[in-house]
Ligand binder design. Structure first.
Ligand SMILES: Cc1cc2nc3c(=O)[nH]c(=O)nc-3n(C[C@H](O)[C@H](O)[C@H](O)COP(=O)(O)OP(=O)(O)OC[C@H]3O[C@@H](n4cnc5c(N)ncnc54)[C@H](O)[C@@H]3O)c2cc1C
Length: 387
């Protein structure tokens, strides 16, 4: 398709990466973002090699590598600190052809924002609805404007407004029955070594540290919890100290080092797979279409895959915009649904949905062959659109 006018709703990882890809393809792109400042929901993120490959394709690989942590090993330990398994990630890198990069979200978001540039990004503007009229897609904004485009991409996250139009009804996310706390801490002698992703598991909970650039760990804790609990930021260290009482010394040191005021506390949810990602000239992308629990580390990676595939069909086919978008849906619906359901299953195992299954997973971890673990990760990566 030639000479398209595209409106993207949402300037998260999905919206900005798609904006960059479409711009590189020669299209005119406008992004509308409701917040005045881009504030990512979470401190860090692990971009597995399928996500990194997309950023490489967009010309951002070198920059990303400079922001990323050196994650050479993945280690599982019991909550009391006994090593269950130590997995060398080098075979994975060799198999898939690209190192994964854990990064600070602020760094990643800033990199994407700089690459997209300020001219076509409007902050502080909320989309309140979309429609199609006379061969155009129209975004209604909360400042009263109605912006017409050849197509609209709803990259407006798990609570998407655009999704209401595409699906034909509001769809609420489903609570995954656990809370996630996350933040950044500097490397320190009393924490694990800076080239390992360590995961402590026990009591249906987990505590983890993953190296990101700037000699810092992205840490996260997860614990099952009823929906609707809130704890003030100032009290989050105490909350974690109570929940993870008796856990290994590095976990206690982490709780001591973290800044409770900068520790995010999130109830995690996902979306049941949708029947459609596209209606006419309007498409959903990223979490708006397939929000997932983060237990496979694939949410943002799937948004990045969406970005290349959507762009590819617009560039390579010429029947119509809605035809190209339908091809995008055909290519993405099953893959993203499979990963959402796989992550949901893994979430149940990690957080004790069936405590006996979680207990047997702990036993299994010590016997797992490293090549099986890296093979399973490689499978997710290699079945993606960039191989
Ligand atoms: C704790 C946690 C850990 C995670 N870890 C990983 C990981 O390790 N690896 C990984 O790949 N993924 C991970 N994810 C998933 C990842 O964060 C998401 O999949 C990804 O951020 C989705 O990007 P997005 O652009 O689709 O949506 P979002 O990042 O949610 O962006 C949507 C944007 O749209 C804006 N917006 C919303 N509504 C409107 C509107 N009406 N008008 C205008 N703007 C609007 C929002 O303000 C926001 O900026 C994790 C998620 C969580 C919660």
């Amino acid at each position: 398709m030639y000479d398209l006018n595209v409106v993207i709703i949402g300037a998260g990882i999905g919206g900005l990466s798609t904006g960059i890809a479409l711009r590189q393809a020669g299209y005119r792109v406008k992004v509308f973002e409701r917040t005045r400042e881009l504030r990512p929901a979470g401190a860090g993120i692990s971009l597995w090699s399928n996500g990194v490959k997309v950023l490489n394709a967009l010309g951002l690989g070198e920059e990303l590598a400079a922001l990323g942590g050196q994650m050479d090993w993945m280690e599982y330990l019991t909550h009391q600190g006994e090593l269950l398994n130590s997995i060398d990630l080098q075979p994975l890198i060799q198999q898939v052809g690209q190192r994964p990069y854990p990064v600070s979200r602020t760094d990643l978001q800033q990199m994407l924002r700089d690459a997209f540039g300020p001219e076509d990004l409007e902050l502080g503007v909320k989309c309140v609805g979309v429609e199609e009229r006379e061969g155009e897609a129209i975004a209604h904004l909360d400042d009263g404007r109605a912006v017409a485009a050849d197509l609209i991409i709803g990259a407006d996250g798990v609570h998407s407004t655009v999704r209401d139009y595409v699906v034909g009804k509001p769809v609420a996310p489903r609570y995954a029955d656990y809370v996630n706390w996350n933040g950044l801490v500097p490397f320190s002698d009393d924490l694990p070594s800076g080239n390992s992703w360590v995961i402590y598991v026990g009591e249906n909970k987990r505590a983890s540290m993953m190296p990101v650039g700037g000699d810092r760990f992205y840490f996260f804790f997860g614990a099952p919890m009823a929906q609707g609990t809130t704890v003030a930021p100032a009290d989050r260290r105490e909350e974690l100290a109570t929940l993870f009482q008796g856990w290994a010394e590095p976990v206690q040191n982490l709780i001591k080092h973290l800044n409770p005021l900068e520790t995010n506390r999130l109830e995690i949810g996902d979306l049941d797979p949708l029947d459609r990602l596209v209606r006419g000239r309007i498409a959903l992308l990223g979490d708006a279409g397939h929000a997932t629990t983060p237990t496979l580390g694939q949410g943002a990676c799937q948004a990045l895959e969406d970005a290349v595939i959507l762009t590819r069909y617009l560039v390579t086919t010429t029947i119509s915009v809605s035809d190209a978008l339908q091809r995008y849906e055909n290519a993405r619906k099953q893959r993203t649904a499979d990963l959402v359901l796989k992550a949901r299953k893994r979430t149940g195992t990690i957080y004790g949905k069936d405590p006996a299954a979680t207990e047997s997973w702990y036993q299994q971890l010590s016997q797992e062959v490293p090549s099986d673990v890296t093979g399973a990760i490689a499978d997710i990566i290699l079945t993606g659109p960039l191989g």
